[in-house]
Design a protein. Sequence first.
Length: 308
Amino acid sequence: MSDWNEFRIVLAVARAGSLTGAAKSLGHDHSTIFRWLNLLEKRRGVQLFDRTSSVYTPTDAGLQMVMAAERLEAEIIALDRSITGQDARLSGKLKITSSETLAYRILNEVLADFCEAHPGIEIELLVDNRQLDLLRREADIAIRATRPHEGELFGRKIASTPWTFYGSRTYLTKRGRPATLNSLAGQPVIGWESTASAAASVWLTDNIAASAFAYRSSSLINQLMAVKAGVGLALLPCYLGDLEPDIERIFEPLDELTRELWLITHKDLRNTARVRAFFDHVGGGLLARRDVLEGVLSQQQTQTIASE
């Protein structure tokens, strides 16, 4: 087999487990992937997938091709990183991934300064709470609340990011301020959807009675807006809640939920001119806002910053 596209199709179907998922990842429609796969199997005279309803499971022959495709993909991505890593131009595209809360509250202001300083660099921001795979070039740079553990990654710690509970001033005046975490049982709590795996979601499940949850959302920004509307109390990162003038912290930050904010890239890309410029400029801009990120300013001071 000499056509990389054949391997890409098989790999995409195997990873997604369906034609619909493969079509989405490859940027084609379902019928096109179905036709290509049928032609591939007919041309090679072998069945590559067992079809059970809409689920596609690789056969032994299909699994062999998937494993070969993964090796080819790794080689192609490594070559791409190596070539990109030698790029000395302050131009081209940078694909960045960040959580929705950081993008909403802090990052755009820093990116505006970066774009003004480097007009030849095009920023593509992927706002996603999932950890996109830097090894597979799903993004060039990640700003995430996790220390990098993979040996191929290079990172710079920006700040610690504490979390605590918030409520609107109107709500707290009407319902009263809980004195302890135990007293949250008598308050409506805003939480994540039941399938969420975020650390804050797991903590809420382990520490708050299920009967206390009055509202759930997969979006922290939506949870913030629900707090502002007076729906109930929510667990939020301090850099998100502190900058809102009409909500207040209920408790001091919870030590067990404090995370680390890191700027991360693949070590092969760290010397690329545009990546290095991003680390210097955006990393510096985030460090300049470390007091906000770490929630060490009083809420009044933080809200003064937000209004300026």
